[in-house]
Design a protein around this ligand. Structure first.
Ligand SMILES: [Zn+2]
Length: 158
């Protein structure tokens, strides 16, 4: 009876051994340590480590690629916004000049102080101010430009 117990104990003692990595007692036949989940075969374990490192590398590379793609997208978006802004300004200028030309042509041979002429004058001024603000966003620059223009006209009543 005591003999069988001893032999059982010695069997248990020989059938376990230490994990190569975490040094816990594990079954001798175990291919994987159930404490640290490492393969006891060093070749398989190092292959696993290599695969793991490769997947970390791939992850880092994909993040870098995403970052590059995102910054290009941002750049393209800023360029597109600037281009759209320029197109919009050009459209405003074109529309204003067309309106001014049309109204001037419509009232070309009209004289006097009629409400029709006053309205035409008001529209022309409004349109020119719109265009001037695009050409001279700075108010000081705008005033200086208008002053220069006014100087070119002979004084009233001449
Ligand atoms: Zn282990």
């Amino acid at each position: 009876m005591s003999n069988t117990k001893e032999s059982q104990l010695s069997e248990i003692a020989t059938s376990t051994y230490q994990c190569k990595y975490c040094l816990q007692e594990i079954e001798q036949k175990a291919k994987v340590c159930h404490y640290c989940s490492r393969y006891q075969n060093r070749l398989i374990q190092s292959l696993g480590t290599i695969v793991h490192l490769i997947s970390i590398g791939a992850f880092v590379i994909s993040i870098i690629m995403m970052w590059i793609a995102f910054s290009h997208l941002k750049e393209a978006r800023q360029e597109r916004i600037a281009a759209e802004d320029a197109v919009q300004k050009a459209e405003t200028v074109a529309a204003s000049l067309i309106r001014v030309t049309y109204i001037q042509a419509k009232t070309k041979n009209e004289f006097g102080n009629s409400s029709r002429l006053k309205k035409a004058q008001a529209i022309i001024e409004e349109e020119l101010n719109k265009v001037l603000k695009l050409g001279f966003p700075n108010e000081e620059g705008r005033k200086a430009f208008i002053q220069e223009l006014t100087k070119e006209l002979p004084p009233r009543g001449d």
